[in-house]
Write a protein that binds this ligand. Structure first.
Ligand SMILES: *Cc1c(COP(=O)(O)O)cnc(C)c1O
Length: 386
């Protein structure tokens, strides 16, 4: 019997077989001709997927947190003002990282399930000179989606850099980096980009690069310093070998494969698919009386859903039962409500069948826990919408 589990958490996710096969190819030298071509191609493809033909991609071994660290380390100097717009756990992380490099951080935190208003953001930007503003596009702890476009416009108006934590959104939610004027858009391989964990990915605008070049003090992080990585990215983009730290050869080959798949599908089609499946899934969940964290649809992510357990249902028991049906879901992450909700990742190479399996396992677990609902209702709702 096949006992494959379906990994439906907000990263790592289910990966395309061809991406996994690329991971498993024989490891070559980082200066071999075929690897130089893969690395260069991955850099070119990032510009396409990020919709940032003018941007400077960075591909570095590490996780999403390293991409955040890299943005902060290269752009912040002692006592710079930074504005963090937080919709959950990862806003708090950005604050901690920025403070580590000596930034004076102002932290604007939304109520759970909500976003910070543009008026509040503008009022703060008007009050003093900010070096940069950070936005969590999708906070993976709450499933809240923020519209980055008007915030990037505000940042530009007040001459601050805009940094988008797109770890749970790049290739799953709409982002037009150059058109919207976002200075940094960063992510990690294991989320909607669809590659096993291990790569920090970031695209920087020319303005961000110029501000880094004109720093008065050295970057306070040796590994993340763009002085080390920019020449590497520029060399491989020109299809020339170069060395600073050994690149994760197999992962970069897998990244090239996944970005090719995304690019061939078309980034707009891919975003549309995420939206369609996510909204059908949400309606299905609501049809059996469950509630999600974001307070309305315009603030709800299409890459994951954060769902409250029904009253009197023990989360641990519920997740265990779902797991026994071969579906892996995630528990809560936001400390104040951690035990009250669970999370379903639905990003990357997702199919409607995956979500049907998830709904079926959720219903079965709820029925066994004596939750009162009409069996089959969520499946019927979902199928009626896709
Ligand atoms: C997952 C995630 C991170 C952290 O990424 P790691 O790869 O776990 O370091 C940061 N921000 C957001 C929004 C995330 O979803």
């Amino acid at each position: 019997m096949k006992s494959r589990k379906l990994l439906m958490i907000p990263g790592p996710i289910e990966f395309e077989p061809s991406v996994l096969r690329a991971m498993g190819e024989e490891t070559t030298s980082h200066v071999a001709g075929n690897f130089i071509e893969s690395f260069g191609n991955a850099i070119d493809l990032m510009k396409k997927v990020w919709l940032s033909p003018l941007g400077q991609p960075f591909i570095v071994a590490g996780s999403g947190t390293l991409a955040m660290d890299m943005a902060a380390a290269n752009l912040i100097e002692l006592n710079d003002n930074a504005l963090v717009i937080s919709t959950g756990y990862f806003g708090d992380r950005f604050r901690n990282i920025l403070e580590r490099y000596g930034a004076n951080v102002t932290y604007l935190e939304a109520a759970v399930g909500e976003v910070v208003s543009l008026e509040t953001i503008e009022k703060e930007l008007r009050s003093k000179t900010y070096k940069l503003v950070t936005i969590t596009h999708v906070d993976t702890s709450t499933g809240v989606l923020v519209d980055p476009k008007p915030i990037a416009e505000l940042a530009k108006k007040y001459n601050a850099l805009s940094i988008l934590d797109g770890v749970c959104s790049v290739a799953g939610e709409e982002i037009k980096q150059d058109e919207w004027g976002l200075d940094i858009v960063l992510t990690a391989s294991q989320k909607a980009v669809g590659v096993p964990p291990g790569l920090a990915l970031l695209v920087a605008s020319q303005k961000a690069i110029d501000i880094w070049k004109n720093r008065k003090s050295p970057v306070q992080n040796y590994y993340a310093d763009w002085s080390n990585w920019l020449p590497i990215m520029q060399a491989y983009e020109k299809r020339q070998p170069s060395y600073f730290g050994t690149p994760p050869v197999n992962l970069i080959r897998a990244l090239e494969t996944s970005l090719e798949i995304i690019n061939a599908e078309g980034i707009e089609n891919r975003i549309f698919k995420h939206k369609k499946l996510a909204s059908a899934f949400r309606e299905a969940i609501k049809s059996i009386g469950l509630h999600i964290i974001p307070i309305n649809d315009t603030m709800t992510a299409n890459t994951l859903s954060a769902i409250y357990y029904p009253e009197n249902i023990d989360g641990g028991t519920f997740l265990k039962k779902v797991y026994e049906n071969d579906i892996i879901l995630a528990g809560g992450l936001l400390p104040e409500i951690k035990l009250k909700y669970f999370r379903v990742g639905h990003m990357g190479s997702l199919s409607s069948n995956d979500l049907i399996s998830v709904l079926s396992a959720i219903e079965k677990a709820l029925a066994e826990l004596n939750y009162n609902f009409e069996i089959g209702k969520s499946l019927k709702t979902f199928q009626g919408l896709i």
